[in-house]
Design a protein around this ligand. Structure first.
Ligand code: BGC
Length: 328
């Protein structure tokens, strides 16, 4: 009797084991994703969007399985170079690369020479010669700066709160090597001056896209220039979140005695725009960019040339009027 139970159990176990075995996938595709730094509010949304895109594909179609490995470059060129080389030597089928450094094209060239299809994202190398299998997906940072300028132009008296004929501002910059930081700094102010507004730059320093650094810099600027500061421009929302804390600590009130703008339209910043604690932001469309990037990866994997070597996804100006649209 005991023996019979044992045999039955063994049969049952093996049936369960083989029953649980998944049907072999027809195709396994490995994608290596190198992010410049995980500790970045915007790139966190972006990398989660990439992961979700391939998770959704895996759920929809079992004939291909995408394995996505996402690594953190920790904002260090050497770390990222090693990570990308490891992906290449492991023989990934495609790469998505958010470069740490865009002032040198050494790593980008190495990728092109490897022959592995690659979509570069978010950090553009000026005038880079993409091969047939690589391209760039990002956004035209000039537009984001222009929208920031426009947001301030549209507030009462174009931001000149004390009525002295000059808009006195401070500028908190992202990584100064990055074209996003350069263009946002330039084009936000250009929009005002092109439209006849007189401006005065009281303080301009780099907060490296980082919330804590943004808070510290704005705190310092407020301590030095106090009520003279009418507008706080931040190259991104992460730093604007920090700026807001410093503004609050200095007893100032956004929308009443100071204005604050950022870029990205992080969900928490859209809430603040809605509540009036931020004057405005600019949608940096992480989902749109991640979709364009992953669609392009699929095209490259299918052996097609990318439709565009440089693909810009549009920015959108976000104020109280439309902040709700970006909270959905
Ligand atoms: C975003 C920033 C981010 C940076 C990283 C920019 O486009 O606006 O929030 O820190 O990209 O490269």
């Amino acid at each position: 009797m005991k023996k019979l139970v044992k045999v039955l159990l063994a049969v049952l176990l093996s049936l369960t084991f083989f029953g649980c075995q998944q049907q072999p996938k027809t195709k396994e595709v490995k994608i290596g994703v190198a992010i410049y730094q995980f500790n970045d509010n915007f790139m966190t949304l972006y990398r989660n969007d990439i992961q979700k895109y391939f998770d959704d594909l895996n759920a929809k179609d079992s004939s291909v399985h995408y394995t996505v490995e996402i690594v953190d470059g920790a904002n260090d060129v050497n770390t990222q170079t090693e990570q990308v080389r490891t992906f290449i030597s492991k023989g990934v089928d495609a790469l998505i690369v958010n470069l740490v450094q865009t002032t040198s094209d050494a790593l980008a060239k190495e990728i092109v020479n490897s022959g592995i299809p690659c979509v570069f994202i978010n950090r553009e190398i000026a005038d880079f010669n993409y091969g047939d299998k690589t391209c760039y997906v990002g956004a035209d940072a000039r537009d984001s700066g222009t929208y920031q300028g426009q947001i301030i132009y549209n507030v009462p008296n174009h931001g000149d709160l004390n009525g002295d004929g000059t808009v006195s501002y401070i500028m908190i910059m992202g990584d100064p090597e990055n074209t996003d930081a350069q263009y946002r700094t330039e084009f936000s102010i250009k929009y005002l001056t092109d439209n006849g507004v007189t401006v005065e730059n009281l303080f301009q320093q780099t907060g490296n896209w980082d919330q804590a650094q943004g808070q510290e810099l704005v705190g310092n600027a407020l301590a030095t220039h106090g009520d003279k500061i009418e507008v706080v421009f931040c190259n991104n929302d992460g730093m604007a979140l920090g700026a807001y804390e410093a503004i609050k600590a200095a007893g100032r009130t956004v929308g009443t005695d100071i204005y604050l703008v950022g870029v990205d339209a992080l969900p928490e910043c859209c809430e603040m725009v809605k509540a009036g604690t931020m004057t405005g932001t600019v949608l940096n469309d992480d989902k749109g960019q991640a979709t364009a990037c992953c669609d392009t990866v699929l095209q490259l994997l299918a052996g097609q040339a990318p439709a565009k070597k440089v693909n810009y996804v549009p920015y959108v100006m976000v104020t109280k009027d439309n902040a709700d649209d970006y909270l959905k």
